[in-house]
Design a protein around this ligand. Structure first.
Ligand SMILES: Cc1cc2nc3c(=O)[nH]c(=O)nc-3n(C[C@H](O)[C@H](O)[C@H](O)COP(=O)(O)OP(=O)(O)OC[C@H]3O[C@@H](n4cnc5c(N)ncnc54)[C@H](O)[C@@H]3O)c2cc1C
Length: 417
């Protein structure tokens, strides 16, 4: 392998560049990012200082086998955070940008960034040409798609009130100053939206609604070691759920927090997921995933305290939807749509249309091998085209958070280069 091109310069793109640059066989790494800066991407581009990471800082290193790297960088830059603490997300975005800039500096011409949008990939058996919106093109031996999360579907757009289809779009929440706001979704995005709006407009009321009305749980103030994980009697969803129930009962008996049991299962998730039948995966998504996700993706304690105070004051209500017309604005916080859904990425649409990529069996993401090689319409793994990040969700359920993306980046680089 000589030339690697990474498309997308968010967390996944940076982690891919770090891992690829570490391989001696790679002559050049080019990151194509359409926005101003490589590093923050969508998740860590938020300017609001109260938007905190939902993982402890000690788990957020961008460098494999250097767990303390983010913590040490934060201390050196005058914004210290303890390994068990929760840093602002924008601080993490600055960190990722610094990691990338340092790599560019240290590798003197071997690692570079191109500010442009990749709009097409012409694939050959042993290489590719990446076409750019600006008219240019890049020759590559390996291409890594690190395109990130698609925007939400934009539910609520038919309500006859101000509708915000994508709360992450720049300035999307500007001008919502008073009245009562309906937020569709009760997950972490709703919490970002509710805290932002109520901090800015003290008289504003927020009602959040979803099918199950489940709110993310909170992290423990002091971390505890992860539990032992599951030993299910077979690879079915039923066996997994009963093994997990058993663990929770044991934890309760022994006075250990449930958070430890969830954290103990996390490293097993992709192996357990791969062994499930497609029918069981579908049943998990439809019936179990929401409950799992609110326990797995938890709020920082400070955020949880703010949410509790808002609920006690009646400024945030979590309740079933009655009449959307009673609100002055409706905001879609239901989270990203499926990566495989058409219409959000010209690049991905083209790859699926030409048969170079296909949706996974559940239609959530893109079908890839365990190392991230993209499968074509016939199911053959490409030696050239790879994918990293949330788009792997259907094949690897745990693929959206930094600790997993970092591991996946290292495995991808080893397999691809
Ligand atoms: C609000 C939010 C908060 C989160 N908080 C945490 C957290 O605290 N801890 C954690 O571990 N995980 C968190 N996550 C999970 C998150 O998915 C990952 O941590 C990570 O940020 C995903 O990065 P990414 O690079 O895959 O995607 P993105 O951040 O979406 O970046 C993708 C990048 O690709 C670029 N791009 C896309 N298509 C093209 C193209 N065709 N040409 C050029 N550029 C392109 C985009 O401009 C963008 O910069 C959070 C996610 C969200 C949405």
């Amino acid at each position: 392998v000589t030339r690697a091109v990474v498309i997308g310069g968010g967390a996944s793109g940076v982690l891919a560049a770090v891992a690829l640059a570490d391989r001696p066989g790679v002559d050049s790494v080019t990151v194509v990012e359409r926005s101003v800066r490589v590093g923050p991407g969508l998740a860590y581009g938020t300017a609001a200082p109260h938007h905190l990471l939902n993982s402890p800082a000690g788990r957020m290193s961008a460098i494999d086998e250097e767990d303390g790297h983010f913590v040490a960088w934060s201390a050196a830059h005058g914004t210290p955070v303890a390994p068990a603490g929760f840093a602002p997300r924008r601080q993490y975005g600055d960190y990722l940008a610094a990691v990338f800039d340092d790599l560019v500096g240290a590798e003197a011409g071997r690692v570079t960034a191109v500010r442009d949008e990749a709009v097409g990939i012409d694939l050959a058996p042993d290489g590719a040409v990446v076409r750019l919106a600006g008219g240019g093109a890049l020759d590559a031996d390996r291409v890594v798609l690190a395109l990130g999360n698609p925007p939400p579907i934009g539910r609520g757009a038919t309500a006859r009130v101000l509708a915000v289809a994508d709360p992450w779009a720049p300035g999307a929440l500007d001008g919502i100053e008073d009245g009562s706001v309906l937020v569709l979704g009760t997950g972490l995005t709703m919490i970002d939206v509710a805290t932002t709006l109520t901090r800015r407009a003290p008289l504003l009321r927020v009602t959040a609604t979803s099918r199950g009305l489940l709110l993310p749980r909170r992290h423990l103030d002091a971390p505890v070691p992860p539990g032992p994980g599951l030993r299910p009697r077979d690879a079915s969803l039923g066996a997994l759920l009963s093994a997990f129930d058993e663990r929770l009962r044991a934890a309760r008996r022994e006075g250990r927090p449930w958070q430890a049991e969830v954290d103990g299962v996390r490293p097993q998730v992709n192996g357990l997921w791969a062994a499930l039948s497609v029918g069981d995966r579908r049943r998990f998504v439809e019936r179990v995933s929401r409950r799992w996700e609110v326990h797995r993706h938890r709020m920082a304690p400070a955020v949880a305290a703010e949410v509790s105070a808002l609920r006690e004051d009646g400024r945030l209500r979590i309740e079933p939807l009655t009449d959307a017309r009673a609100f002055t604005a409706v905001i879609d916080a239901t989270g990203p749509r499926a990566t495989a859904a058409p219409g959000w990425s010209r690049l991905l649409d083209g790859l699926i249309r030409s048969g170079s990529a296909r949706p996974d069996a559940l239609g959530i993401g893109i079908d890839v091998t365990a190392e991230g090689a993209v499968r074509d319409a016939a199911g053959s793994a490409s030696p050239v085209l790879w994918l990293l990040g949330p788009g792997r969700r259907g094949t690897q359920w745990e693929s959206t958070a930094v600790p997993e993306i970092r591991q996946h980046a290292v495995a991808l680089a080893a397999a691809a280069a």
